[in-house]
Design a protein around this ligand. Structure first.
Ligand code: ARG
Length: 495
């Protein structure tokens, strides 16, 4: 297609150079928004009498007649050019020649990216909420399932599986909080900023913003066309969520190994080996783990492109956009699969509890007991129990056996006082589930406390779902109103 929009300033063109600077290959995510923006702008122009009702009707009818799956012409510079060019060809210069009156590709592209980003942020919040629903389902079933809690990947203290999974639930809740915060900053309209300076053409920016479902303006016109911090912020939010998802993925991979044997993932989320017939590989979890790197790479690329750019619009900004789509796509898909995979997970209670046997991870509770019941300063209690653990390992005894035999002697050596511990006391203080029930600090691994937080978790899920539904409904409402105005025959009622 020859280019009517090149105007007269530049004469010669090179196909290679044109292809190089074209964004048409990655404009499809914004195509439908560009159509809506053209509609809203035309409605604003006719409303302020900058164009005649005849011009508006012709342009709006053309835009409304475009197919929803509008094909992008690879020979054009971008979707903005393509639509205007097709309009001029279809309905003529006398009418379509006004479509870009008072607007620029610069305010238009930034607006379109924000429209697509806000919709993908809602998809992201939805996918992350699904992860929470799966986690909550497992938490409910695993309130008293005991397992080792780790620090440094070494057995630290017993915990419940529910408590462990709830840690991930809470992290995801913060991810969703970041999505909602970012959404509020993304959902502002640049339209009416024109190229960078605003315009003498009468366009009511507030009107255009409301037609497009925005919650206010990016006020300063230069800021409106040149800033992409909303894209950096959205991708940062995605990258942090990916870090959280990758940590869960890593645990599922480790836990489904023969050594741990804590969990078996659904077959749908596993693959076998082409040579070793016995293998069940956690390939979906591995891919989530890897994609966290991909998303971080996208973010790094976007930061590098954006930094040090002088005001206002520079074509460099065009290169930021595909990273945004890729990062959001990967994160949404990762979260969706993580939700399904978690729901499919079958935990092995025997293996989880069994791996606590003779690991001495209740030692902290024994030390606490010596402080509370026998008045030993904690540092000395720590030393007594440490000594008992060391000699247990040396002599191949359990901590319980060793403590019942040697506590007296060891305590005498360390504190100068001979401690005698009741056998029953010792037993209950070294029993994992019993020690968990002693935990009273908020957020601790006591099944009772976890249950209490589970009520809060259910509320969070409901709030997240209702925020997503409300936000989507308000975007849908704006879109319906826009399309209705476009289809109104009498231009006078188009207010
Ligand atoms: N295709 C561009 C983008 O995605 C918008 C066009 C702005 N180009 C220009 N020469 N002002 O950012």
């Amino acid at each position: 297609m020859s280019n009517i929009l090149r105007g007269s300033r530049v004469k010669r063109s090179s196909k290679r150079a044109n292809d190089f600077i074209s964004s048409i290959g990655f404009d499809s995510p914004i195509t439908k928004h560009v159509v809506s923006i053209n509609m809203a702008h035309m409605l604003a122009l006719v409303r302020s009498k900058e164009v005649t009702p005849e011009v508006a009707s012709a342009c709006l009818a053309f835009l409304d007649g475009l197919p929803p799956d509008l094909q992008l012409d690879p020979s054009t510079e971008d979707v903005h050019h393509m639509i205007e060019q097709q309009a001029i060809r279809a309905i003529g210069m006398e009418t379509a020649g006004y479509m870009n009156f008072g607007k620029s590709r610069n305010d238009q592209v930034s607006t379109a990216i924000r429209m697509q980003a806000r919709s993908r942020l809602l998809d992201l919040a939805e996918a992350l909420t699904k992860v929470q629903v799966s986690l909550a389902g497992q938490i409910r079933k695993r309130k008293t399932t005991i397992m080792p809690g780790y620090t440094h990947l070494q057995h630290a203290q017993p915990v419940t599986l529910a408590h462990h999974l709830q840690s991930h639930f809470d992290a995801i809740q913060r991810d969703i909080g970041r999505v909602t915060d970012a959404y509020a900053r993304v959902n502002k309209s640049p339209m009416g900023a024109a190229a960078l300076a605003g315009t003498s053409v009468r366009v009511d920016r507030e009107y255009v913003a409301s037609l497009l479902g925005f919650d206010g303006l990016v006020e300063n016109a230069m800021d409106a066309v040149s800033s992409r911090d909303f894209a950096l912020e959205s991708t940062s939010v995605a990258a942090i969520a990916m870090v959280d998802l990758s940590r869960m993925a890593e645990e599922l991979i480790l836990w489904s190994s023969t050594e741990f044997g804590f969990v078996e993932l659904g077959d749908e989320y596993s693959a076998t080996s082409s040579i070793m017939p016995q293998k069940k590989n956690p390939v979906v979890a591995e891919t989530v783990r890897a994609k966290s790197g991909t998303v971080l790479g996208a973010l790094t690329g976007m930061f590098a492109i954006s930094k040090s750019l002088p005001n206002s619009y520079n074509l460099d900004l065009q290169e930021v956009t595909p990273h945004l789509w890729k990062a959001l796509d990967d994160t949404i898909e990762s979260a969706t699969l993580m939700a399904e995979m978690l729901a499919s997970a079958r935990f092995d209670e025997g293996r989880l509890a069994g791996s606590l046997s003779s690991d001495m991870s209740t030692a902290t509770e024994l030390a606490n007991h010596l402080v509370e019941r026998y008045g030993v300063p904690f540092r000395q209690a720590h030393a007594i129990v440490g000594e008992l653990v060391r000699s247990s390992v040396e002599k191949g005894r359990t901590l319980e056996q060793n403590a019942s035999r040697n506590l007296g002697e060891v305590s005498k050596k360390i504190t100068g006082k001979l401690l005698k511990i009741d056998k029953d006391d010792l037993q209950s203080v070294l029993d994992a589930l019993k020690t968990l029930k002693l935990i009273g600090s908020a957020g601790g691994s006591n099944p009772l406390l976890v249950s209490r937080l589970l009520l809060r978790d259910s509320k969070s899920v409901e709030q997240n779902k209702s925020w997503i539904a409300r936000s989507r409904a308000s975007l849908d409402l704006a879109d319906e109103r826009l399309k209705k105005l476009v289809r109104t025959k009498d231009n006078e009622v188009r207010t």
